[in-house]
Design a protein around this ligand. Structure first.
Ligand SMILES: CC(C)(COP(=O)(O)OP(=O)(O)OC[C@H]1O[C@@H](n2cnc3c(N)ncnc32)[C@H](O)[C@@H]1OP(=O)(O)O)[C@@H](O)C(=O)NCCC(=O)NCCS
Length: 177
């Protein structure tokens, strides 16, 4: 089996959407395209024998952001516009804190270390780019994800009773880089 890790490119979108649907996440094509446009280094996929079998996607908080439930779409919209201004100014608009949005692996390729491998690659890239802290929010019912993140050094920081619209509580996990 030939396994490799690389950055997402637009041709991977259909497979990313397929895996997203299987995993019961409501993220749209538009969400992935916007995130990729703004943070291409933090959108990474694993391939097995040339086939994309998962992805991980993260972003960097703006310097002055609220972290309430609506932050994600506001943030993406704001940063999309920032791509048209010089990168030095864009850099000034960003903080040194990242948020890991989502990692998903095709069911038939789970428990092979792929999520850990792609997240580790992104954490290394973030560290190189000066990110100091990474957070992620996970449903309390998602034991595989909580365990995987703890294995990568994330620690429970906060209970998030109202984070998800369906009433499932979340937990905020954080890791220093
Ligand atoms: C969560 C998910 C991304 C993990 O992907 P994965 O490639 O299977 O994870 P890894 O193989 O890197 O697992 C690393 C560790 O996480 C833990 N883990 C992963 N899956 C687990 C499971 N089903 N049950 C218990 N622990 C699990 C284990 O500690 C594992 O280490 P081990 O295999 O040496 O025991 C995958 O289950 C998935 O795609 N789920 C659906 C999408 C999702 O819920 N994403 C998370 C929301 S951000």
């Amino acid at each position: 089996m030939n396994t490799s890790i690389r950055k997402f490119n637009i041709e991977d979108l259909a497979e990313v959407i397929r895996i997203t649907k299987i995993s019961n996440f409501g993220k749209t094509e538009e969400f992935f395209l916007k995130t990729h446009k703004v943070f291409p280094d933090y959108f990474v996929v694993p391939e097995i024998n040339g086939k994309v079998v998962g992805y991980t996607v993260s972003l960097v908080y703006p310097r002055f952001s609220d972290t309430g439930p609506a932050f994600l779409s506001k943030l993406l919209n704001r940063l999309i516009h920032n791509t048209t201004i010089p990168s030095c100014i864009r850099k000034l608009a960003l903080s040194n804190r990242a948020f890991h949005i989502l990692t998903a692996i095709s069911p038939e390729y789970r428990r092979m270390g792929l999520a850990s491998a792609i997240k580790t690659r992104v954490l290394e890239e973030m560290k190189k780019q000066g990110i100091k802290k990474v957070s992620t929010a996970i449903r309390v019912t998602n034991i595989p994800s909580i365990k995987m993140n703890k294995k990568l050094g994330f620690k429970e920081k906060k209970h998030l009773p109202d984070y998800y619209g369906d009433g499932t509580p979340g937990i905020l996990l954080e890791r220093d880089l």
